[in-house]
Design a binder for this molecule. Structure first.
Ligand code: IPE
Ligand code: IPE
Ligand code: MG
Length: 264
């Protein structure tokens, strides 16, 4: 079995860029480490979150330039409500600010915005802003930016299960006819391809309830850098690491099958 480092090596200056044929179509990002970034500088945590928004703007531009088609970013989890009320309120304020400030610019660059996560327990004005961001960019054909807000994979799977159970009770779907595709289509990410590459910053090596169904065969890169310091070079390093990975999806790679034939 070939083992690969879970942490991307820093890309040496001048190292060749990955070829487009090895680029991920869909990148998912756990933007973590804002608070620690700020605390290490003697700043309030909210300052880390503000700088985090700047890093997100740069990531969208860099991903778009490199031809990435789908970018999913984890901006607020269903468990982040457990934080002090002041921080939660500041994070909601930043989301409002981002949607009001950035969506027009994103739309001008042909970006389609989609939001995943539970909607029914959000403040009304946020619900309206999220809908507006989606409808005003729905026709755009460039990069799809998927913002995971009030998102948790367990909550998403629970809601999808409720949707399917309601269909079964209504007689619209038979239990014996259910396939993986039914569950895939009942998730918030319906219609989107699974992520090819997951990047998590801040040195934590866990999913924290992110896209648990969709990440089944995703390549993962964990970086020690705090999210506000994530830049285009860090993205390129992760892309190079991704291009070296050999994906098998449970099957055999070309090399392995040749090897099997020769030794059989
Ligand atoms: C990620 O940074 C942003 C959110 C979770 C909203 P954190 O706020 O988790 O920063 P750390 O992990 O405490 O440093
Ligand atoms: C995951 O980060 C959520 C986001 C980045 C939005 P957390 O900081 O909430 O995750 P844990 O608590 O360290 O696992
Ligand atoms: Mg964190």
């Amino acid at each position: 079995m070939t083992s690969h480092p879970t942490t991307a090596p820093a890309m040496a200056h001048g190292e060749a860029q990955p070829s487009p044929s090895h680029l991920p179509i869909h990148i998912a990002v756990i933007m973590d480490g804002n608070g620690r970034w700020a605390t290490a500088r003697g700043l309030p945590r909210i300052e880390g979150h503000r700088r985090g928004v700047e890093a997100l703007r740069n990531l969208v531009r860099a991903a778009d330039t490199r031809g990435i088609r789908y970018l999913t970013v984890y901006s607020f989890s269903s468990e982040n409500w457990r934080r002090p009320a002041e921080e939660v309120s500041e994070l909601l304020g930043l989301l409002r600010f981002f949607i009001r400030q950035d969506v027009a610019d994103l739309s001008a660059r042909n970006v389609c915005v989609r939001i995943i996560g539970r909607r029914d327990d959000l403040p009304d004005d946020i619900g309206a802003l999220l809908r507006e961001a989606e409808t005003s960019t729905a026709q755009n054909t460039g990069l799809t930016l998927i913002i995971a807000f009030n998102y948790g994979a367990r909550d998403e799977l629970l809601r999808a299960t409720q949707t399917l159970a309601a269909r079964i009770i209504a007689g619209d779907l038979a239990i014996s006819d259910m396939t993986e595709q039914h569950l895939t289509d009942a998730l918030d990410t319906a219609g989107l391809p699974d992520p090819d590459l997951l990047i998590r910053t801040s040195g934590e090596v866990r999913l924290s309830n992110f896209l648990m169904w969709q990440l089944a065969y995703t390549e993962m890169v964990f970086l020690p850098v705090a999210w506000p310091d994530f830049d285009a070079d860090a993205l390129d390093g992760a892309l190079v690491e991704f291009s070296h990975r050999q994906r098998r999806f449970g099957g055999l790679s070309l090399d392995t099958s040749i090897q099997t034939k020769v030794t059989a």
